[in-house]
Design a protein. Structure first.
Lengths: 396, 87
């Protein structure tokens, strides 16, 4: 069980070396000292992360700190500070969850029904003021397009690893699997707001990222069932204070502080070499890779020095992937060859990359991860991870 | 209704999307479920928190029980809150 986004040592990171066997007990003592953020935890069992997370093994970790406590941000959990875990699931005729790792399409396992915190098209009563949504794309594989049906502006205040420098006004955003966004939506006009969580693959079907899209072409029944409605309840006490203009300060490393560069190539078609055969105790076929190697619990792929800045460059041989590294937050320098947009200029632990150009991050690890309990870097499409698109690294 | 789309940032046109949504009477689910809010567990005071990974049954659809996994509940897991981060 991995604490995604936590800055903790490898021995309590909950990676695949720390599998909990049936009937077994894991008793980590986890000390959390990092800026306020919305993190999460989920299954990270070798070869089974996708299936176990799909069936329900995921939850949120909310970290507050003195700065966020002192800010006028909505913080009443379940009232004006709502967890929003977006997933997609497919059910068979008996209502059972359908999942089969090796029957997944190359983009991963796509469910056909959006569920939010386990509910289909739910409704939440909220005060007539500012409402904070802590949105997690907890899907195994889908990228989501998130917007309000009335096109209203909202403010993104935090990314994976914590607050943005200042609130960023948006009318929509994309979220990759594993990504978190905290947004503030103003409900003070008293009208309901429908949050749409749409399959990015149905919208951007050209995949070229520039097409004009037409929501009236989105399947109407799916659109209605992909909605979280925020319904104003005037009896609830409202938080109407203006948003802080400044949220935090982010200091990027100077160029001369970056001690080395590492490149990571994610490959969908890995047929030769170690790990290509079915193995690892009956786990799935390992046919995807990073830097020519499929995940192997007995191999340390990278060795990183503690406390120094590195630049990591990541790209793929095919398609878009969300790349995640354990034990850190990093800063995006560019994503798919383009400079990070303002809402991506905060601390992150996932960066999207593709086959057109490099995504680049600067990263520093401040906790140890030993050979016995290394950190992981991997594609957060869980079917890709389970099929080997993952590596292990130490920090010493 | 059209959008200009870029991969990481999407710009919506000024026009609202409400017309794209079916009338409320057309919702496929009635009544609509309340948004489930996972229970909180406070992890900041150092006391141990016991969690159990277990099988469960969860009703995604009215009247249908779906076999699931959960952490100390039928589906998903409690929300940890840690009010002791260090900025």
């Amino acid at each position: 069980m991995h604490g995604h986004g936590l800055h903790v040592p490898g021995e309590v990171d909950g990676g695949p070396q720390l599998e909990i066997s049936p009937g077994g007990v894991w008793q980590p003592k986890i000390s959390i000292a990092q800026p306020a953020a919305t993190c999460w935890y989920h299954s990270h069992t070798h070869g089974k992360s996708g299936e176990q997370t799909y069936r329900g093994l995921a939850g949120l970790i909310l970290i507050d700190d003195d700065d966020t406590d002192a800010m006028d941000l909505p913080n009443r959990y379940g009232v004006d500070d709502l967890p929003v875990i977006i997933q997609d699931r497919t059910f068979d005729a008996e209502g059972r969850l359908l999942y089969a790792l090796m029957e997944a399409e190359e983009d991963g396992w796509y469910g056909d029904t959006v569920v939010v915190n386990g509910a289909i098209a739910p409704l939440a009563k909220v005060p007539a003021g500012k409402v904070r949504l802590r949105i997690l794309n907890g899907a195994n594989a889908r990228f989501y397009f998130v917007a309000f049906a009335d096109g209203r502006t909202f403010h993104k205040i935090a990314s994976d690893g914590g607050l943005l420098p200042s609130p960023v006004p948006l009318t929509s955003m994309e979220m990759s699997p594993g990504e978190r966004c905290e947004i503030i939506v103003d409900m003070s006009d008293g009208t309901d707001a429908d949050l749409l969580m749409l399959f990015e693959d149905l919208i951007d079907d050209e995949g070229d990222g520039t097409s004009e899209i037409d929501l009236s072409r989105y399947p109407a029944a799916l659109l209605a069932a992909s909605t979280l409605t925020l319904q104003v309840d005037p009896s609830l006490a409202a938080q109407r204070a203006p948003l802080p203009e400044t949220l935090t300060t982010i200091t990027r490393p100077r160029e001369d502080e970056i001690v080395r560069t590492r490149d990571f190539h994610l490959t969908m078609q890995h047929s030769a070499g170690h790990g290509a055969q079915a193995g690892h105790g009956g786990h799935a076929m390992m046919d995807m890779a990073i830097n020519g190697a499929s995940m192997d619990l007995n191999v340390i792929n990278e060795r990183v020095q503690i406390g120094v800045w590195e630049r990591w460059r990541i790209r793929s041989d095919q398609g878009a992937h969300p790349f995640h590294a354990h034990g850190c937050s990093f800063l995006i320098e560019q994503s798919e060859g383009e400079a990070a947009s303002p809402d991506q200029q905060g601390w992150k632990d996932i960066v999207v990359l593709d086959d057109d150009d490099w995504s680049e991050i600067v990263v520093r690890f401040d906790h140890k991860a030993t050979e016995q309990f290394p950190y992981m870097y991997h594609c957060h499409i869980l079917e890709h991870e389970d099929r080997g698109m993952m590596g292990q690294f130490t920090v010493t | 209704m059209t959008f200009a789309l870029s991969r990481r940032q999407v710009l919506i046109g000024a026009s609202a999307m409400a017309a794209a949504l079916p009338a409320r009477g057309a919702w496929p689910l009635a009544p609509r479920p309340a948004l489930p809010i996972p229970p909180l567990r406070n992890g900041a005071n150092g006391d141990p928190i016991d969690l159990q990974i277990r099988r469960g049954a969860w009703s995604f659809m009215p009247g249908v029980q779906t076999p699931t996994l959960g952490v100390s509940q039928d589906y998903l897991a409690p929300t940890f809150v840690h009010d002791g981060g260090a900025s």
